[in-house]
Design a protein around this ligand. Structure first.
Ligand SMILES: O=C(O)CCC(=O)C(=O)O
Length: 286
């Protein structure tokens, strides 16, 4: 990672490497997606915000690109530990980085909806936050997006608030749903073969509605630093019964069991949160 890249990454929260895939590699990846085209389907979730609405986001259903039969899995296996990725992630999230979840296919056709802006580091999650120490930076969650088709200016796709990984204030509602973002959210135009790195978890980012006549095709590898756990298999492994075993946690009180969950940062309502009431008794927050 050279000085120019470090500057851009630190300043904006993302980095684009141009032409990482050559024409032959791009064709192999697109051929593989064509082969599994019938498994690309719109999701059920609808975004009803006026600035984001459209048809359902396209995803590969029931299969992961790493599971494609040979030779179709090969272009994506090469992306996993590609030299251009290793050389950047060793600096961005440190040696020992790992794939946390994905790779995820995000597709779109003209009129496909966008997704709300998220990942702003609010509430602060130390595992995926962005920090500086001793002249180095560190971020626990980095997503690497391989573009298989062009995302031209104004046509949608990845959009973010540049520099938001350092913001000291919570994201306003109008930014989240693009209703009133005062120009804060901007698209990052990219060409087929370009690779995007972004601070998933620390930077405010999301999907802009797709307005191009050709399809959007992106593959997102969700990496994490060695000490971070975002979601993916961790979501399945984290419950105390799996993480520790029922013989240890089976007879515990709910408050005791609450501290026996394994690590992952993208938890929702499933994770019990402990609090202390006015009498000094430890309780699970309502
Ligand atoms: O590239 C995109 O559409 C944004 C993806 C996104 O928001 C995410 O992976 O969290």
């Amino acid at each position: 990672m050279n000085a120019k890249e470090r500057y851009h990454w630190d300043l904006t929260g993302f980095l684009v490497l141009r032409n990482v895939l050559n024409k032959r590699e791009l064709k192999a990846a697109n051929d593989a997606i064509d082969y599994y085209q019938d498994q690309i389907k719109p999701g059920e979730r609808r975004n009803n915000n006026p600035a984001l609405r459209g048809t359902g986001r396209l995803g590969l259903r029931g299969i992961n690109v790493l599971q494609f039969e040979k030779p179709h899995c090969e272009p994506f296996r090469k992306m996993l530990a590609h030299p251009q990725v290793v050389s950047r992630l060793n600096v961005m999230c440190g040696q020992g980085f790992r794939l946390d979840h994905g790779p995820q296919f995000i597709g779109a056709v003209n009129g496909t909806q966008g997704g709300t802006q998220h990942g702003s580091g609010d509430p602060h999650k130390p595992g995926v936050g962005y920090k500086h120490q001793n002249g180095n930076f560190h971020v626990g969650g980095v997503t690497v997006t391989w573009n298989l088709t062009d995302a031209n200016p104004g046509k949608g796709g990845f959009g973010c608030v540049r520099g938001s990984h350092k913001s000291k204030f919570p994201m306003p509602r109008g930014v989240r749903d693009l209703e009133d973002h005062v120009g804060a959210v901007t698209q990052v135009p990219m060409k087929a073969g370009d690779v995007l790195f972004f601070m998933d978890g620390a930077q405010t980012h999301g999907t802009l509605p797709w307005h191009a006549d050709h399809a959007r095709r992106t593959i997102l590898f969700k990496f994490a630093g060695r000490q971070s756990s975002r979601t993916g298999p961790a979501y399945e492994l984290a419950p105390p019964e799996t993480y520790w075993g029922d013989d240890i946690v089976g007879t515990m009180a709910p408050e005791e069991k609450a501290v026996m969950w394994g690590p992952y940062s993208n938890y929702g309502s499933e994770l019990p949160i402990l609090t202390i009431d006015d009498e000094g008794v430890v309780k699970i927050e309502d």
